[in-house]
Design a protein around this ligand. Sequence first.
Ligand code: ATP
Length: 364
Amino acid sequence: MSRGDPLIRLEGVGKTFDDGTVAVKDLDLEIEEDAFVCFLGPSGCGKTTTLRLIAGLENPTTGEVFLRGRRITDWPPQRRGVGLVFQNYALFQHMTVRSNLAFGLEVRGTPRREVARRVQDMAARLDLEEVLGVRASRLDLSTMQRVAVGRTLVAEPNVLLLDEPLNNFQAGLREQMRAQLKSWQQQFGRATIYVTHDQEEAMTLGDRIVVMRDGEVEQEGPPEQVYGRPETLFVAGFIGLPPMNLLPARLDGSTGRVSLADASLELEAGTKERPSGDVVVGVRPEHLLPVEGEVDGRPRLRGVIDLVRPMAAKTIVDVRLEGGTTVRALTRGIVRGEPGEPVTLAFDPMAVVLFDRSTGLRID
Ligand code: ATP
């Protein structure tokens, strides 16, 4: 290990299964010590396979895996010191919580006293002391999760790998367990890789998000960057509830003006050195504000209300623009309106993200 090596590095890692399925393609990725990294993407994009490649449960077809600078591509899982928590927790149901926590240490031949000390310590930290003598089969879901995480952490892994661990939880408890996981990670200071297809989960938990699509990394970065500065049309359309509005437009390279196809307006985009061409204007729903009459110099979209959906403290308003496209505005508070009512939406041109329509890449 040399200073500056990340905890884990994937270099050109690919995985093609025997049946020809390409699950992961030429992946380059670095996971830093203490990071909480979320792999996010639609079903089948290769999140679990990437996690299994890091764990050593799958061998890559191409590329190399490094742990603190050491090549570990051929190392078996137990030698890598990774802690994997499965979606179904895979506890030994007939064994007590104490035995479940102790099992991994015992098979590794850890002295009995040391096992007892570490189990006791973990039980105290995860509030499991009262259930140490209870069989796993009798535990409720959230306690099972604590045991599953505790059983993994007790072995002091280099990295904790979690594959959709909250899938079985209902909404309220899920939110509670999310907060719990984040605080454990801060408390134990372990690098954590967390697989999820739930963007809200990724946004609240991760200090870095890796957005995957078709076995490749589409964008990687802190949540606010992935949300605010999506690098591709895919990320723009995938992240956000509701996702970013994407409107076809034309960029005039000589003037730097962008004309939206769906509405009679133009906006200065500060893209004077770009070639003219077809672009897509991305505006987050929260940046579209229903306004009355003519206000300041902000660009406006005109249309009619399609649907108004109150969402507790917010309202989603679907607006059909003059050109036929529907956009979504997300406003604070309750908005009243009937379908067919004319509405004007204003937005700040600074909040717009531009994409090249042919490549799908952001234009800066
Ligand atoms: P999900 O959220 O649905 O689990 P994922 O993003 O985790 O999706 P993976 O499970 O990594 O995706 O799967 C990526 C692709 O590889 C999918 O097309 C999947 O069907 C395929 N795949 C996964 N495991 C195998 C296997 N053992 N043999 C063949 N194909 C596989």
